[in-house]
Ligand binder design. Structure first.
Ligand code: GAL
Length: 413
């Protein structure tokens, strides 16, 4: 009997020993704000409950530009993380380099093909193989309005450009900063996503998805830049370089009237215990109602040493678990990546996000966000960033911005 227990104990130790070495994931991401960290904690705790330890590799910088630079250095040094938060076309670029692992076993066992929307699968699969696990669907064409300031302005949500300008003028008369913004290229571009979409679905699609030169160089694009110039008059003098979550805090604290931002901003309101309809109002950018510019955060799974693959696959499986999908996205401010997750745990803004995405997908009004890497590869995205941020800061007239947009995109294609 003693021999039996000795053998069993040895076997268990060996198994545990092998499993311990593999049961760790190193994750590179840029979720460093309060709301983002709270959401990430849901994932960390979920994995720890499954015996998988988490080595954190946060790289601050909204929109992920800095994170992608650090990733390139890590992979070049032959030391890729287990999993990396990544957006859209960046995933496909890494897949083309042969840098990503294969998740087909988990995906087919768990039926991902049936529950992950095609709009996301476009970026989760390469050459027919699953190479990334989508964790959410964010969208960028939102307004986050301080409810008290809106009530003081009469309480009507602006549904047109003219009504938006009137509301911003009213906020100015209230003595608060009308627009809470952070002057960083990715934030300027996030606003530009919505301004261009508000001038028409077809205009957005031709400009940013098709990169049609005539559209990029059109009078309508000049109008879009003119609107950016008008919006620029409503930001405060210290907006340059401000992180997006600090702009969210200005609206949360009533120091500013509205933030134009993706619904990761909602994660900050939730973290601050604010309630939709009571403390803030979420609505689609005027003129974009019914349409959505989306970006999905996916964990791209890099090729790693054999003994790290089991934990990597367990992480992918944990991410797609419906219960986790609800728990994570309620905190993150995004909608679930899966279409079969009930909306019962979500607040009114979360329920709206889920419904808007489903409607936009059904009605052909769901478009990849240019600002967040879902319309074109990074070279094109960064070329657009450069023109938009120079124009927004008055270094380019609208006429010159239109000309530069055409030439910069042409050169980056
Ligand atoms: C987006 C990302 C969000 C959030 C945001 C601000 O690209 O999808 O999850 O991190 O950047 O950094």
């Amino acid at each position: 009997m003693r021999k039996f227990w000795m053998t069993t104990a040895l076997a268990l130790t060996m198994t545990a020993g092998i499993a311990t070495a593999a049961e760790n994931v190193e994750v590179l991401h840029w979720w460093t704000s309060g709301g983002e960290a709270a959401a990430l904690d849901v994932l960390k705790k979920d994995l720890e409950s499954k015996g998988i330890s988490w080595t954190d590799m946060p790289v601050a910088g909204g929109g992920g530009t800095e994170a992608m630079t650090v990733l390139r250095a890590r992979v070049t040094a032959g030391n890729a993380p287990t999993a990396v938060q990544m957006l859209g076309f960046d995933i496909l670029d890494w897949a083309k380099e042969g840098a990503l692992g294969n998740l087909d076993d988990v995906a087919s066992k768990e039926g991902w093909d049936k529950v992950i929307p095609q709009a996301l699968q476009k970026f989760s699969k390469y050459d027919g193989h699953w190479i990334a696990a989508p964790v959410n669907v964010h969208s960028t064409n939102w307004l986050w309005i301080n409810k008290a300031a809106l009530d003081k302005a009469g309480g009507k949500e602006p549904t047109s450009w003219e009504e938006l300008i009137a509301l911003l003028d009213n906020f100015k008369s209230q003595g608060i900063t009308p627009i809470a913004a952070g002057g960083q290229p990715w934030q300027d571009a996030t606003l530009f996503d919505a301004v261009v979409l508000s001038l028409g679905d077809d205009f957005y699609k031709k400009a940013f998805i098709d990169l049609d030169s005539a559209t990029l160089g059109s009078d309508k694009m000049k109008e879009a830049f003119d609107r950016m110039t008008k919006l620029r008059t409503y930001v405060d003098d210290n907006f340059s370089g401000r992180d997006w979550n600090l702009a969210s805090a200005m609206v949360i604290e009533g120091k500013a009237g509205v933030q134009f931002m993706g619904d990761w901003a909602k994660g900050e309101f939730i973290k601050a215990k604010k309630v939709p309809g009571q403390d803030f109002v979420c609505m689609r950018f005027p003129g974009t109602q019914g349409a959505v510019t989306f970006n999905s955060d996916q964990f791209a799974m890099f090729k790693v040493a054999e003994d790290k693959v089991p934990a990597q696959l367990q992480m992918a499986s944990a991410i797609e678990n419906p219960t986790f999908q609800s728990a994570f996205n309620v905190v993150k401010g995004s909608a679930p990546a899966r279409t079969d997750v009930p909306n019962t745990a979500f607040d009114d803004c979360g329920k709206k996000a889920i419904a808007d995405l489903a409607d936009a997908d059904k009605n052909g009004r769901l478009f990849g966000s240019m600002a967040h890497g879902h319309a074109n590869p990074a070279a094109v995205k960064n070329a657009i960033y450069d023109v938009v941020t120079r124009q927004f800061n008055g270094q380019l007239s609208s006429e010159d911005a239109v000309k530069e947009l055409v030439s910069a995109v042409e050169a980056a294609k």
